[in-house]
Design a protein around this ligand. Structure first.
Ligand code: ZN
Length: 120
């Protein structure tokens, strides 16, 4: 069985809390960069385009971070209701190695690859 030990559950829970804090911090830090490009600043057309490109990259990063944060939140909820570590697709154990690499993942490797094949 791949069932998690209490020690592993505790470790992964801590990892989720750390990740959540880190990502929240990232969102906070990047919020200035996501402000609309100021037209008052005396910059040329090209550098304004650079700035806008920069800005859309920051926004894309923020969206990625936001999505990950949502997954972390729901992993923490599963943890609170003792469902953490079980695949939401097939209810099998996800396994420590996979959770250790990606503590917020809701799916085992099989369900994940099925999902990716379907989406492809
Ligand atoms: Zn599964």
């Amino acid at each position: 069985m791949n069932e998690l030990t209490e020690q592993q559950q505790a470790e992964l829970h801590q990892a989720l809390l750390d990740l959540r804090m880190e990502l929240q911090q990232m969102l906070k830090n990047s919020s200035d960069g996501a402000q609309p490009v100021s037209l008052d600043e005396p910059i040329g057309r090209l550098s304004r385009m650079d700035a806008m490109q920069q800005q859309s990259m920051v926004q894309a990063n923020r969206r990625t971070t936001q999505t990950r944060l949502t997954k972390i939140e729901s992993a923490l909820r599963r943890h609170a209701s003792d469902e953490y570590g079980l695949c939401v697709g097939c209810e099998e154990d996800i396994g420590y190695a996979r959770l250790n690499a990606q503590p917020e993942t809701p799916l085992c490797i099989d369900c994940q690859s099925n999902k990716e094949t379907r989406n492809a």
